[in-house]
Write a protein that binds this ligand. Sequence first.
Ligand code: SF4
Length: 635
Amino acid sequence: MAYGWNKKVLKVNLTIGNISTKSISEEVLKNYLGGRGINIKALYDTTNKNTDPLGPDSPLIFGTGSLTGTIVPSSGRHNITARSPLTGILGDSNSGGFWGAELKQAGYDQIIITGKAERPVYLKIINEKVEICNAEHLWGKNVWETEKLIKEELEDNDVQIASIGQAGENLVKISGIMNNLSRAAGRTGMGAVMGSKKLKAVVVRGNKGIGVYDLKRFSESVEEMIKNIYSSPYYEARSSYGTTMLVELNNRLGNLPFRNSQGSYYKDAEKISGELLYDKHVTKLKACFSCPVHCSRYYKVKSGPFAGTQGEGPEYETLVSFGSRCDNNNLESILYINNLCNQYGLDTISTGGVISFAMECYEKGLIKKENANDLDLSWGNYQSIIDLVEKISIHEQIAQIGKEIPQKLLQNLGSILAEGVKKATQYIPNSGHYALEIKGLEVAAQGVRGIKAMGLGWAVSSRGADHLRAFPIAESLWSEKDAEEIFGTKDAANRFAYKGKAKLVKWTEEFSAITDCLEMCKIVAMPLKLSMSSFAEITSALTGIKFSEQDLFTIGERIVNLERIYNLKMGLTYKEDRIPDRYRLEPVPEGNSKGETLDLDKMLPEYYQLRGWNEKGIPSRNKLDELGLSKNILE
Ligand code: SF4
């Protein structure tokens, strides 16, 4: 009997229509745990620098965690991994909801999909029965229509569906894979990889259960964890407002991006706040699989021009991406745009990022109305944001970089932005300074000049600029005493200080890698301060394999290092561990981070040293030996 894991991978080749299973060894599971860990292992083993992310050989990998589908709080998540068509390095994205738990219950830890179907298809998995089904009637439909049609077709309302909208079909590089209508594996363009395979959806139904090695010990440790969650001082706010509580909080700290991060303070933050959303439009709270925090929310707009708009969310990142980043204080328009992105299957962070970039280019005279689909891209013009979201989704492939005729190419502004902000600078002369990206991925919604560890976390993140790889919120939330104990200096809890931040980022990167392998939600694990020792206890009781707290940190370190080597193998250099000039050179103009810039040089060398990487960011032979990765040594 398998405990915790199913020890089984489902392999599908869409070119030849082949479906098979293979076992996944206990050694791999012990070393990589699940989810993000087993996915990078599979990606590393099956791709190289010549792998075209949108070609048939490019694997699209869905991974569940060692705890996915169990009663452990917030453990219903999954990771989706491929070489990113947006960045060319690691593509990896994590989603909540119910899909991951269903796949685990169907008997699989991972699905690896290669090839390209001749015509649109969807994959149907009902326990052992796996079929490739015709999806020609679904191609061109949005995510919500697709879910509805598949459920009707299968006469099963409880089937779980991960699908792409038109954005993924049209190979938009900032498209994601959606499940449960509004949960997104949004980052790094995984939707385009799925679209390139002509795969519309992966549909799952499972009822096989998951074996538990020591039920008594497992139940007791889960109960203890639930008790800790309910008694956290942050529980109430998290469970009412979710991540949207951060809008006003970050604004008070002077960390809320305003007008493409020209500023970090928004005078109208109250108008797009989580508290206002809750009071005006939230109808019901919503939980992902096995989650007592239920941080998500259903909303319905009852009056005004957006009356009738109803959906789930939005998260903090979405409110800010289409709110303060675009100087748009119309909350209802953001709810409408949130729905549009969920229906088309777009990453809201990157989409808001490319649109605020376009708005700044318009402000600076680099884009004119007549060259931009006739859109008035003035700050706050939410109708233009709506139009642009639609134009991005209906991506007409751009044939060549328009060196000679950039203004003519700008007629297809939606298509240009669909390629991501880094590529967009090739079509819009002199726009590089306004393109806020790292390693090709659009930055998330933090004002990193006033939170130094977050800035370092963005710069070294293995999937490009992102807040969740490290998620170093200790610098704003933890006490000086805790910071001193864990990171060796109380300065680690001072958001303006540089001291202690390298150690903090290393620690949180490894902690976050583990939550992504167990597939527990970071929103629960990090802010509610769940401990690595509790994860070790639960995982040991579930699987029957003894894991200590240190074992898990070592697994986290192994994953961070393997992702690093993967990226180096794909052509990344240490020069890409950087921060956009805006954060480096332009001091914050107003608010409680006024005058701050971000100097990476004060943290990066120490970070490399703590990681056991040389001055060019390459892991040393000793470090790789220590982590059992020696065969991956890069000279
Ligand atoms: S905390 Fe929120 S996002 Fe995370 S698993 Fe629970 S309901 Fe889902």
